[in-house]
Each structure stands twice: as structure tokens, then as C-alpha cells.
Design a binder for this molecule. Structure first.
Ligand SMILES: [Zn+2]
Ligand SMILES: [Zn+2]
Length: 691
């Protein structure tokens, strides 16, 4: 280094470094840039792991990862370059080197490499997960993100139950071994999983290590967040979408410097650069929001296990209704198992199945549920009503010809909303005024068909005019902090009924709720996806778990399928029975956890283009996989054949895909894009839905 500075002072040619940089572009290669270590704003010698900003094509500032760097050397060795074609080409200089807090090295680099290989993506395409947007623009000096304002839950647990103590003792032992292990914490709703997490976080901190705490959706879990904040104070920071880029940078830098020791957040928090990571908690590990549904399509639970493995950490996956793949892993001995089979302080609620065949009211409340609600309100207790459709009606049908208003871009019915009054597509957001006459036949009267939360709200207002009612769905939570406002008001007893979509099912602790009513318990069973039964069981168990946290609780499941095994198992709190039936079905059909899946989606504006590309791709893949254990299904039109003005086809691959096979498939998709302009193709490894 001394020699470099000397040559600078002498005014001679300045030594440069030649860098190989991975960039977030869909190309399977690195890009060469130059770096002059003497520059004032980039005085460091760059080494692999540094993040740099570069100009790429028309993009003026792209963040890239240095994967190789030469020693500083005189420019004639490095600056002019074009291997193979003889004609020298001027390489570009990087714009700047980011501070050391942004380096991607050690366990995070190994995680990035694993993700690139496993999900068959160029390294640069997973890179944006590892740094905040606009890295290096932290705002505020040391001032932290505002603490979470939310009433802390009364009756905090002070002593552990014997089941909790078993988990905590074993967890402490595993932490002290400083080697990777994975545990499934299977605890029924209200059994005190959070206390186990918090005790283990404290143990990790005592040992001088850090912890990551992943939650499915931070806006819906303010209570867990405030408990963590109350316990660990200024050693905790949260990462979430409500933070500005500058605030995210600050959390990132605090973690890298070791100032922040616990980072809490949704799946993106997994990549925080905390020092000496000892514990990763994945709460509600079965939640599908851990899977990112855009590129890079990774699963945070899987990635958490890899990061834990790479840094010798304990990974705890917690749920009342574990994902069947996690359960299979625990049974196969790949994870250890901790069980919390009993609720703290109260028995599990009783669950009654209400058969509504032949007698369903359009407003969705059976006489049994109506009566239970009346009694609950008369006793001054709270109730939760769950109906998983927002809007007023699922569709608006012409009473002349029966045509239902459809989205012009998605070919599916638009939902009728009353406040504000409009037709809305729940897939693409297309909105239009309610027509005055049918577009097909000119008839001027319409029938709202199928209920939504707005319609049920209207019914409840008429039926129970004295009751204070809150509605929680995507329409009532579009405003900032609206989740907090609604959940907080209900937790404080400022409302009698909370009506909503699956948002009401999350891990809320409402001490005053004695009744939970599920209006259409079989609603999710008809979804054409092999996981429909599992999702339904999880959702019913979660929402039922809100009842009777501090006393007797009652749950009514209204259903048109009272004998369905999922409904029966949910009503009996029988996870084991559900899992046994479902795992056997999966084995017969060759679905996860027995076989792995990969899904390829092909989409184009014109149906013929999508069909031709899908056919060509399927033929190439069939030939490539001939004689291997990989089975190919399709191509077939997707369940929703046209969304956002694009026709969609899909191909499913069943079986274990090696890294080289995945890379080969990714290569096939790239050549497909080249030979079929206007066609998009995407590869989804371990998809959470099969359509
Ligand atoms: Zn009509
Ligand atoms: Zn649409």
C-alpha cells in the first residue's frame, strides 16, 4: 500500500484495482470495473465482499457485490481490456465503495451463494436482499426508530410451565454448544411460545451473541413486537416496510456495528448483518408470507435454516399448526421437537360445527351463531367474526341475462364494493363505477351475489344496533397505522365485535373475546391447490385460537360440509389426525413433503404466444429429463388463465432437482425468452401454491 501512495505523490500513473462485480440483473455473469484506491471518497483497497456503486447501462447507480479484486497495479495491466478480441476497451470506474458495515461476507455471503444456487438465479439477483435500498444513506446520528406504542399485555408470564422449561433448558444447552441445530416448537394457541422465544433470546444475549426474530406480518403482530421491545429495550430494532430508506440503513448499520443485537421483522429481517448470530426465531413458521412471490422467490424459513447452519446458530420454528413439511422434517429427525400441548390459564375453547345446508341466510349468520352472538353481547363480552371475503358482494350479476361484471384484464368477476361504491378487481386493482345498465343486454337491475365483509357489517349494524363494531380487512387498513388503531381499540375493549378477513386470525391476544364465529368454514377448501386443506386447517385453528384466552371460550364453525375431515379435525383440536390424513394423501399424489416441486409460469399478451412458448419449453424439458426421476406435468392453462392482461400457462416439475438441473432449467427459460419475444417465463422453486 505504501508503494501505491508513493506513486500517487510522484504524479505517475495511478495504480488501479480491477474488480469483478455481481449486479442485480438477469444475466449469469459478473461485470468488470476499475477502482482507483487513492480517490478521496473511495480511499479503501477493495476486497471481495465489499459493496460498490456503479453505472450500468442507462442506470446511473446500481449496487453490486465485489466477488474478485486484483491487487492495485499500474493501469496498463488492468485498464484496457477485452480478452479474446484484441481491441482494447475502456473499462468504467466504480462510483463509490460503500462503508464496511455494508460488506456481504462470511455467513451472509455463504447464504447468498446458497440462495443463488438453490433458486437458480445469478448471485447479483439475490443481492438486493442483503442491503437496504439506497445503502449508505443512514439518517440521524444514533437516534433510533420510534418505540412501538401499543398497550402491553396484562398478565405477563413470570414463571415457566414444565413444558416451556423443557424447551428452554434444551435450547440453552444447544446455544451453549455453538453449533447449528433446528427445533420445531409446536405449541397450541395460547400455550406461551413467545415466552420461550424471549427466554432464549435473553440466553443468546447473555452469551454475547445476537438474535433474529422473524414474524409473518409486522403490522398484524404489534403485541409480540411490544413484548420484545419491553424486554430488550434499546438492544432491539425492527425492520419493516414502514421505515424510510434512511431509517433502514440506520438499523442495518447498528446491527453491523453490534449496537443492535436483536433485529425483528418480516422475512427481510433474516438478512440483517447482526454480529455473532446465535439464535433465529421463525414465528408462525407455517405462514405463506415467508415465501416471496416475486424474484428472488425464496422461502425465508428455508433460508433461515441455511443461515443458522452457516453461523452455528439455533433456529427455532414455532407454530400452533406446523407446516407439514416442517412436521415431516421433525419426524425424520432433521429437526428436534418441543411441544407445548396445553394452553396457559384457560382451557382450549369448545368448537361446535353448525350445519348450514339448506338454511344459509344471505347475510351469513345462522340462527345458532346469531343467538350465540346475542348472548355474548348481553354478557358484555367480545366476539370475533371471520369471513374471508372483503367487499360487499363477490360479484354483481345482471338480473336480465345473469352476466357477472368481469375485470377486462383478468377474466374473473369483479367484487362489488359499497363504500366507496365501485367494482374492484382483487387481483390487479382495476376499479370502475357500477354500471347503470348491463353491458351485454341493457337491463338496469343487478343482483349482488355472494356476501363480503361490508355486507355482513351492514347486517350486523341493523341486527345489533347497540353493539360497537370494528371491521378489519384490506379496505379498512389502507391508512397508516390503521391496523394498530383497530387492533388496539379492540384489545382495550372499545368495541364489542371485530369482523374481518384472515387478518383477524393472526396471533392477537384479546383477553375479552369469548366467542369466535367462522361464517364459511369450508370457503378455502375449494381452492384448486394441493395445499388447500392444510391452509384451511391452519386458518380455522388460528382463528379459533382467539377465543377464551382468559376464560371459557366458544367457537362456531358454519359450514356446508360438516363431515369434511378438515372441519372435523379442526373442531376437535386434532392436529395429529389432520396431519395423518393429509400426509397420506400427499404421499399417494406425490406432493411435498414426499416429493419436491418446481413451477414454471409462462405468460404473454396473446394466448397463441403463451401456448406456443409453453409447448416448446415443455418439449425441451421432457427431453432433458427423460430417464431421470423428475416428472413433468403440463403445460396447462393456469387456474386463473388470464390475469393483468396476460395469458398464463404453467408446467410443474415433481422430484428432486439437483443444482445443475435447476441451472439447466434456468438456462432453458433464458433461451425461451430470446426465441419468443414478449413471453415471460419464471421459475419458482418450492412454490407455496401450485397455481
Ligand atoms: Zn344482462
Ligand atoms: Zn383484474
Amino acid at each position: 500500500m505504501a508503494a501505491v501512495r508513493d506513486s500517487d505523490k510522484a504524479g505517475g500513473p495511478r495504480p488501479v484495482q480491477r474488480l469483478e462485480v455481481a449486479l442485480p440483473v438477469p444475466l449469469p455473469q459478473t461485470f468488470t470495473y476499475l477502482h482507483l484506491p487513492g480517490e478521496a471518497d473511495a480511499s479503501r483497497i477493495v476486497t471481495p465482499g465489499d459493496l460498490v456503486e456503479v453505472v450500468f447501462g442507462r442506470r446511473r447507480s446500481v449496487t453490486g457485490l465485489v466477488v474478485a479484486a486484483t491487487e492495485p497495479a499500474p493501469p496498463h495491466d488492468a485498464a484496457a481490456d477485452a480478452p479474446g478480441d484484441g481491441e482494447p476497451r475502456r473499462l468504467r470506474d466504480i462510483t463509490r465503495v460503500l462503508p464496511p458495515e455494508y460488506r456481504v461476507d462470511a455467513d451472509r455471503r455463504r447464504l447468498a451463494d446458497w440462495m443463488a444456487g438453490y433458486y437458480a438465479l445469478p448471485l447479483g439477483e439475490v443481492l438486493p436482499l442483503f442491503h437496504p435500498p439506497n445503502p449508505g444513506t443512514a439518517v440521524g446520528k444514533g437516534g433510533r426508530a420510534a418505540p412501538v406504542r401499543y398497550p402491553t399485555v396484562d398478565g405477563e408470564i413470570t414463571s415457566l410451565t414444565s413444558a416451556q422449561a423443557v424447551a428452554v433448558t434444551d435450547g440453552r444447552r444447544r446455544l451453549s454448544e455453538r453449533t447449528f441445530s433446528a427445533m420445531l416448537l409446536h405449541g397450541v394457541t395460547g400455550s406461551g411460545k413467545t415466552e420461550v422465544y424471549l427466554t432464549l433470546i435473553a440466553a443468546a444475549l447473555e452469551a454475547g451473541r445476537s438474535a433474529l426474530f422473524l414474524l409473518p406480518e409486522i403490522a398484524l403482530t404489534p403485541q409480540t413486537l411490544s413484548r420484545i421491545a419491553a424486554r430488550f429495550g434499546d438492544r432491539v430494532e425492527a425492520i419493516h416496510s414502514g421505515l424510510s430508506a434512511g431509517q433502514r440503513c440506520r438499523v442495518h448499520e447498528h446491527a453491523a456495528k453490534g449496537v443492535t443485537r436483536v433485529v425483528v421483522g418480516p422475512r427481510s429481517a433474516l438478512f440483517a448483518p447482526v454480529r455473532d448470530l446465535g439464535l433465529i426465531v421463525v414465528d408462525e413458521e407455517h405462514e405463506t408470507s415467508y415465501k416471496q412471490d416475486e424474484k428472488p422467490r425464496y422461502h425465508a424459513r428455508h433460508a433461515a435454516l441455511v443461515r443458522g447452519r452457516e453461523c452455528g446458530a439455533l433456529v427455532v420454528l414455532g407454530s400452533a399448526t406446523p407446516d407439514l413439511e416442517s412436521l415431516a422434517n421433525a419426524r425424520a429427525g432433521r429437526y428436534g421437537l418441543w411441544e407445548l400441548p396445553e394452553r396457559l390459564g384457560a382451557p382450549m375453547p369448545t368448537i361446535d360445527i353448525v350445519d348450514v345446508r339448506g338454511g344459509a341466510s344471505p347475510d351469513g349468520l345462522s340462527p345458532a351463531l346469531d343467538q350465540a352472538l346475542e348472548e355474548t353481547l348481553a354478557r358484555g363480552e367480545q366476539a370475533i367474526l371471520f369471513y374471508n371475503r372483503r367487499g360487499f358482494a363477490r360479484s354483481l350479476q345482471c338480473s336480465g341475462c345473469g352476466a357477472a361484471a368481469a375485470c377486462p384484464d383478468c377474466d374473473i368477476a369483479v367484487t362489488y364494493h359499497v363504500r366507496p361504491r365501485r367494482l374492484l378487481c382483487h387481483y390487479c386493482g382495476h376499479a370502475r363505477p357500477v354500471p347503470t345498465a348491463c353491458e351485454a343486454c341493457g337491463h338496469t337491475t343487478f343482483l349482488p351475489s355472494g356476501a363480503g365483509t361490508e355486507r355482513i357489517e351492514l347486517h350486523l349494524q341493523g341486527r345489533f344496533p347497540q353493539a360497537r363494531l370494528l371491521r378489519l380487512d384490506r379496505d379498512t387498513t389502507s391508512g397508516r397505522d390503521s391496523h394498530h388503531r383497530i387492533l388496539g381499540a379492540f384489545a382495550r375493549g372499545e368495541a364489542d365485535i371485530l369482523l374481518g378477513t384472515q387478518m383477524v386470525a393472526k396471533g392477537h391476544h384479546f383477553p375479552g373475546v369469548s366467542l369466535v364465529g367462522v361464517l364459511a368454514a369450508d370457503d378455502g377448501l375449494g381452492i384448486p391447490d394441493f395445499r388447500a386443506a392444510e391452509r384451511s386447517f391452519q386458518l380455522l385453528s388460528q382463528v379459533a385460537g382467539r377465543a377464551g384466552r382468559t376464560g371459557a371460550g366458544r367457537v362456531l364453525l358454519q359450514t356446508w360440509q360438516p363431515e369434511h375431515p378438515v372441519i372435523v379435525a379442526a373442531a376437535a383440536h386434532d392436529f395429529a389426525a389432520f396431519a395423518a390424513t393429509e400426509l397420506e394423501l400427499r404421499r399417494q399424489l406425490g406432493y411435498p413433503p414426499h416429493r419436491r416441486l418446481a413451477r414454471i409460469g409462462i405468460a404473454a399478451r396473446r394466448q397463441v404466444d403463451a401456448a406456443a412458448a409453453a409447448g416448446a419449453l415443455a418439449a425441451a424439458l421432457r427431453e432433458g429429463f427423460a430417464g431421470t426421476p423428475v416428472t413433468l406435468l403440463g403445460p396447462a392453462p393456469a387456474v386463473f388463465e388470464r390475469l393483468m392482461d396476460r395469458y398464463r400457462f404453467q408446467i410443474l416439475l415433481k422430484g428432486d432437482l439437483s443444482l445443475s438441473r435447476k441451472a439447466w432449467v434456468a438456462g432453458c427459460l433464458r433461451s425461451l425468452a430470446a426465441s419468443f419475444p414478449g413471453v415471460d417465463a419464471m421459475l419458482d422453486i418450492d412454490p407455496v401454491s401450485s397455481y
